[in-house]
Structures are given as structure tokens and as C-alpha cells.
Design a protein. Structure first.
Length: 329
């Protein structure tokens, strides 16, 4: 049922935008019988399918981080992963014209993805290392460390903005606010491959992730190779989030909100939550992108602003819930 809902919303998203397309024109465009074919296949389809892939990636990344760190507030943007990726992508934007490394658009995109992956990986390892107290990750320390990493990366992005020219400044602003406007078929193919890879890996490790929610010590005694699992999943999450940020910019709160919604619907068993998180993450992201490009026509609202408006109240609710739980304890 959820997959059917996603399919309907994707087709609906094809029809909405600055150039509206009627529902009956979609099939005609598929058959190449009208002028809407170019808009659908060259502009709107990469954007919509790419948004779905990024939503699935961010949702599954948040679910993975929350399971491994046993923290309901763990999420790529809150832990500095997205900011670290964006900072390194900004560095790539600045240095590529200087060293004249490549003129190919796809090669520039892959180079930025590599830099973003390095930034995401560095940020997540820094957060994990600095938030450990007596060989365990402290929840409060984790959030504070994520805030600090975000601040450092934000300062770095400010320096890059100061050093950049007008064109580079527009590109850096794009990463800061988030948008799917720069996606093409090649980037969408990469995002779909990464989403599929993350999905297969999380489904394969679903039982181990279930045991990780009991605690690292308990999981270790139940046969889980804790450190190996954490390294493997953190590496994969950093790769996926880094590439997503390199292609689309910082899009926050999806990885925080979606896992909680899914756990309320289907429980905490990762064998069930992983596919539902992927599907509902894709649905929410496609809807957020559709809102971003239709609410202020003919202009476009950055999708990162839309997801922040959707996710920030939920984040406040989670903080209040944790506060009440700590008072009871």
C-alpha cells in the first residue's frame, strides 16, 4: 500500500511546477506525443526521482544512526554529518576552478561527492570520538558535540563565502539551503544505486541492529561484532549522506522525523522499519520538493527550509519527551 502511495505521489509531482502538466498529458508525454515530454523527462523526472532517492537515504541513515548510538535524536544534520559534507563540497567548489582539474559536469559532480564523503566521514568520527565518556557514547555529549561540529563547519562555510566570487557564492548558498534543481539523470542514477546499497545493507544487518538497540555490551554478548558493524554502517551512511549533500545540499530533519513516525506505525523491528522508512522518507521528500517549487510561484523555495519547518516542531517535541522521561527517572 505504501509503495502505491509513493507511485501516485510521484506521478502527481510530475504534473506540478512552474510549467503545469495535466494528468492526461503525462501518458501522452510518455508516448512522445506532446511538447510536455521534454519538461517531464529532462527536468521534472530527474528531480522527482532524485528527491525520492534522497528521502530514502536520509530516512535510512537516521534509522541506522539511532540504532547504533541508541539515541532517538541522532540524525545526519544534527550530528554534523551534513555540515561536514557541505563544507568539503564548498572547498571543492572553490579549488576546482583554481587547479582546472576537469571541465566535465559529471566529473565535477563526482569530485564534489568525493570531497563531501570525506567531510561527512570526518564529522561523524569526530562526533563519535568526542562524545565518548568512559568508553560509551553519552547522549547529552553527543548532541552538544554535534552542535559544536555544526558551528565549526558553519564558520568554515562563512570563510569560503568570503573568499568566493559571485558564481561560487551562489553555489555555496545552494548547498546551505538545499535544492533538487541541479539533478540530472547521471546524478539520479548514482543516488538510486546508493539508496539500494544502503537498503540491502540495513536489511542484511537488521537483526544485528535490533540487538544494538539493547546496548553495545548486551549486543556483544549476543554475538554481534559491535565495532565492525559500527565501522561498516558509519562508512556507508557517510558515503550516502555525503553524496546526497554534494548533489542536493543540506536537507535536515528527514532522518530524525521519519524513523520515529515509522516506529509508531510498525514497531521497532528493523526487518520491518527499514523498508517503511525508505518508502515514507521518499514520500515526504517528494511532497516537500513539490511544496518548495509550487508555494511561491514563479520562484522556488529551498527544500531545506521546507523540511526544517516540518521537522523542527517534531524535534522540540522529542526534546520535551526526553526531558519528562529524565525527570521521572
Amino acid at each position: 500500500m505504501t509503495f502505491v502511495v509513493l507511485a501516485v505521489i510521484i506521478v502527481w509531482a510530475f504534473t506540478e511546477g512552474a510549467y503545469p502538466v495535466e494528468w492526461n498529458d503525462v501518458m501522452s508525454a510518455v508516448l512522445g506525443k506532446n511538447e510536455s515530454a521534454f519538461v517531464l523527462f529532462e527536468i521534472r523526472m530527474p528531480r522527482v526521482i532524485g528527491a525520492a532517492a534522497v528521502g530514502a537515504i536520509l530516512g535510512m541513515s537516521g534509522l541506522s544512526l539511532q540504532a547504533m548510538m541508541r539515541n532517538d535524536l541522532a540524525e545526519p544534520s544534527l550530528l554534523g554529518i551534513s555540515s561536514g559534507a557541505a563544507l568539503m563540497a564548498g572547498i571543492a567548489i572553490i579549488i576546482m576552478p583554481i587547479i582546472q582539474l576537469t571541465s566535465s559536469t559529471d566529473m565535477r559532480g563526482m569530485l564534489m561527492a568525493l570531497f563531501a564523503f570525506i567531510g561527512a566521514l570526518s564529522a561523524v568520527f569526530a562526533v563519535q570520538r568526542l562524545s565518548r565518556i568512559q568508553h560509551r557514547v553519552d547522549v547529552q555529549q553527543l548532541i552538544l558535540t554535534g552542535v559544536a561540529i555544526n558551528a565549526i563547519c558553519g564558520a568554515g562555510a562563512g570563510v569560503l563565502s568570503y573568499l568566493s566570487n559571485d558564481e561560487q557564492l551562489r553555489s555555496i548558498t545552494f548547498w546551505t539551503l538545499g535544492s533538487f534543481g541541479g539533478l540530472n539523470q547521471f546524478k539520479v542514477f548514482v543516488l538510486l544505486c546508493l539508496a539500494f546499497l544502503l537498503f540491502i545493507s540495513m536489511r542484511w544487518n537488521a537483526k544485528q541492529l535490533n540487538l544494538m538497540t539493547l546496548g553495545e555490551y548486551e549486543a556483544m554478548h549476543l554475538g554481534v561484532s559491535v565495532e565492525k558493524l559500527k565501522r561498516r554502517m558509519i562508512l556507508l551512511v557517510s558515503l550516502c549522506v555525503g553524496v546526497a549533500v554534494a548533489f542536493c545540499g543540506i536537507i535536515g530533519f528527514i532522518g530524525l522525523v521519519i524513523p520515529h513516525i515509522v516506529r509508531l506505525l510498525v514497531g521497532s523491528n528493523h526487518e520491518w522499519t527499514v523498508p517503511y522508512v525508505a518508502l515514507i522518507g521518499a514520500i515526504v521528500m517528494v511532497l516537500a520538493d513539490m511544496i518548495s517549487r509550487t508555494v511561491v510561484l514563479p520562484s522556488e523555495l529551498p527544500v531545506g527550509i521546507v523540511t526544517a519547518m516540518m521537522g523542527a516542531p517534531f524535534f522540540i517535541h522529542l526534546l520535551r519527551k526526553n526531558q519528562r522521561r529524565n525527570q521521572i527517572c
